[in-house]
Design a protein around this ligand. Structure first.
Ligand SMILES: [Mg+2]
Length: 250
């Protein structure tokens, strides 16, 4: 896997599958989002904010920008790399997720003559790299599109710039050839607005997720979540919805 930015000169006619990583490649029941949420809250408090104000701003920035860190950088001038070290970097991921042979087989069965496979995350590259390595799929991912915290003006989902830069880095020019799966409705909707061809909204069945610190029931209402986006409750359903990309005799 190449986590570093790919050469922007790469051009390849094959479609690209962009896989969201967090709460998509592993179950939300891992509680990683919640553990991350607690660390982010503590980070807000460490800036001198009262508990209640910290919660308010955390939710506001997540809702407004798709990422609490985006608001922290914009309004509090914090160093994203310091945030990454204290929040994502301190997560005991090895205790929260484990190698996933079913996911590995799923990714192995994508016909590489028909598609390339990239990860796409709203975190920094080190977090993505740790997750993919623990899941045991890092060798099956060509590269990762991540939030480049070394640039104070980094982009993140669902900002259009993030998707445009994903296409540039993966060397694909036709948005119709972009396949995308994400557990966030907003992120899928943003990809659809840019004309990405085959978007899937992942609504893990029967679980609760936390968006901006507020518990939200998903699954039951997932089927009507997005117009024109396929909704699936289990990742293995990709074999059906993207059947043209999978080897036939698996
Ligand atoms: Mg996600």
């Amino acid at each position: 896997m190449t986590v570093e930015l790919a050469q922007e000169s790469i051009v390849d006619d094959r479609p690209v599958i962009f896989l969201d990583i967090d709460n998509t490649l592993y179950s939300a029941s891992s509680q990683i989002s919640q553990a991350m949420g607690k660390r982010i809250h503590a980070y807000f408090v460490s800036l001198g904010l009262e508990e209640e104000r910290a919660s308010e701003l955390h939710h506001k920035y997540y809702t407004e920008y798709g990422l609490a860190l985006r608001g922290l950088v914009r309004h509090h001038e914090i160093d994203p790399l310091d945030f990454d070290k204290k929040c994502d970097g301190s997560l005991p991921l090895e205790d929260m997720i484990k190698p996933d042979p079913i996911l590995r087989k799923l990714l192995q069965d994508i016909d590489r003559s028909k598609a390339r496979v990239w990860g796409l995350t709203n975190a920094y590259k080190s977090h993505a790299s740790r997750v993919l390595s623990i899941l045991g799929v890092d060798d099956l991912i060509e590269g990762v599109i991540y939030c480049d915290y070394s640039d104070p003006n980094f982009s993140c989902k669902p900002e259009p710039d993030f998707y445009h830069s994903a296409m540039r880095k993966a060397g694909i020019t036709d948005p119709k050839k972009c396949y995308f799966i994400d557990d966030s409705r907003n992120n899928v909707a943003a990809a659809q607005r840019l004309g990405w061809g085959r978007c899937v909204h992942f609504c893990e069945q029967g679980l609760e997720t936390v968006e901006g610190g507020k518990p939200k029931r998903i699954g039951a209402d997932g089927k009507e979540a997005l117009q024109d986006a396929v909704v699936i409750g289990r990742l293995v359903e990709l074999r059906t919805v993207w059947s043209e990309l999978f080897v036939k005799d698996s």
